[in-house]
Design a protein around this ligand. Structure first.
Ligand SMILES: [Zn+2]
Ligand SMILES: [Zn+2]
Length: 389
């Protein structure tokens, strides 16, 4: 008998609005979109933020055959959770079938999500007419408290505490349970209980961690979001196994998210900060939860050999220090001193010499000139390049 395995992929992890600031690049700037492939092959998509576009462009039918129906759960109608819909290319392919789930908003009434589709694509907000969206679309209304099954999987919806309402979802698969609770502020006894029900014993508990605990108590109180500390408390209380901090603030730089993650890890054993491109496998033999960061977020790489000293913390939490060799290095850019004055926004061929096992090796790179300043040496300019390949 094969072991059931589920795969959870993070396509968008940023809250409120997409970011393209390079300081937010490592965790990623796309707004919420997750994909869960259950062991029976059922594909779930959680939220339709801008991350949905990339999921659409990587779209491939499993086993190359006809795509089975995809189930899309939408937590609520704020921009950051729906904005990817018009840019999701599989919706424009006739043979595809989608089953959408969301709640009846008191502001929209019947067929809320269907109306959201139409409103988003109405003139003059979008150039393409709804009629071009030829995939089959079905809409199902879900209320907090509802439970239903799709294939071998059980889905539970619960209300969370957020302006204009938001649903949290719990998906139980034979490989493990994922609780998805984004856009939620603690402090309402009934809704806090809902969150605990969603998270109870979950293998993966994805929780809103937009603000710091200090912000949540002061300037951001009432904004409808949570903090890493609240996530840790719920995870502890409910026996959730792994906590994933989610819905990063658009003003949080990668360094700030690093610091949030570090603090959470001091309080709870298994914590990750959601990161675009991250894939979590559930149910794999050995380690029940495995997180991977595929190469998609890494930059240009070159083989090299440099002596290095590395200090860090082991998986078990102990400090270590080790002498080693760097064998492969990623390169983003360089500041080069030149006598010539290259043209701004032009390309430079850069050949650098790097120490190698068999003597000096050359590293060929193509640099794109992004800045030119007066150099420290007389008659030279300092040329900033970004390496492109
Ligand atoms: Zn949001
Ligand atoms: Zn929201």
């Amino acid at each position: 008998m094969t072991v059931p395995i589920a795969k959870l992929s993070f396509w968008g992890v940023r809250g409120s609005t997409p970011t393209v600031d390079p300081a937010t690049w490592r965790y990623g700037g796309n707004t919420p979109c997750l994909e869960l492939i259950a062991p029976d092959g059922t594909q779930f998509i959680l939220d339709c933020g801008t991350g949905l576009r990339m999921l659409g462009s990587r779209w491939a039918a499993p086993n190359g055959g006809k795509v089975p129906e995809t189930h899309i759960l939408v937590t609520h109608y704020h921009w950051d959770h729906i904005q990817g819909i018009p840019f999701f290319s599989p919706l424009y392919v006739e043979n595809n079938e989608f089953q959408f789930y969301s709640f009846r908003s008191k502001f929209l009434g019947r067929d809320s999500l269907k109306q959201v589709f139409e409103a988003q694509m109405a003139l003059p907000y979008f150039p393409v007419d709804m009629s071009a969206m030829s995939a089959k679309r079905k809409f199902r209304e879900v209320d907090g408290g509802d439970s239903f099954t799709v294939g071998e999987n059980k889905i539970t919806a619960r209300w969370l505490n957020h302006p204009q309402g938001c649903l949290g979802f719990r998906i139980e698969t034979p490989a493990g349970t994922v609780a998805y609770a984004t856009d939620n502020e603690p402090g309402d006894a009934k809704l806090d209980e809902n969150l605990r029900e969603l998270a109870a014993g979950a293998d993966i508990f994805i929780n809103d961690a937009q603000f710091t605990p200090e912000q949540l108590e002061t300037t951001r109180k009432g904004w409808g979001h949570s903090s890493w500390l609240e996530g840790v408390k719920v995870a502890r209380h409910t026996g959730a196994k792994t906590l994933v901090l989610f819905h990063h603030d658009p003003d949080s730089t990668d360094r700030m998210v690093d610091s949030i993650l570090r603090q959470a890890r001091e309080e709870f054993d298994s914590v990750f900060a959601a990161s675009e491109g991250m894939v979590i496998t559930l149910g794999a033999p050995g380690d029940k939860v495995q997180a991977h960061m595929p190469g998609t977020r890494t930059t240009l790489r070159r083989e090299a050999q440099f002596h290095a000293k590395v200090c860090g913390v082991t998986e078990g939490g102990k400090d270590f220090e080790e002498e080693t060799m760097v064998r492969d290095i990623s390169l983003q850019g360089a500041l080069i001193s030149l006598k010539h004055l290259p043209r701004l926004q032009s390309e430079l061929q850069v050949t650098m010499e790097a120490p190698g096992a068999d003597g000096v090796q050359s590293m060929n790179l193509r640099g794109y000139v992004v800045r030119i300043d007066a150099g420290p040496e007389k008659g030279h300019v300092a040329v900033g390049v970004v390496f492109t390949d």
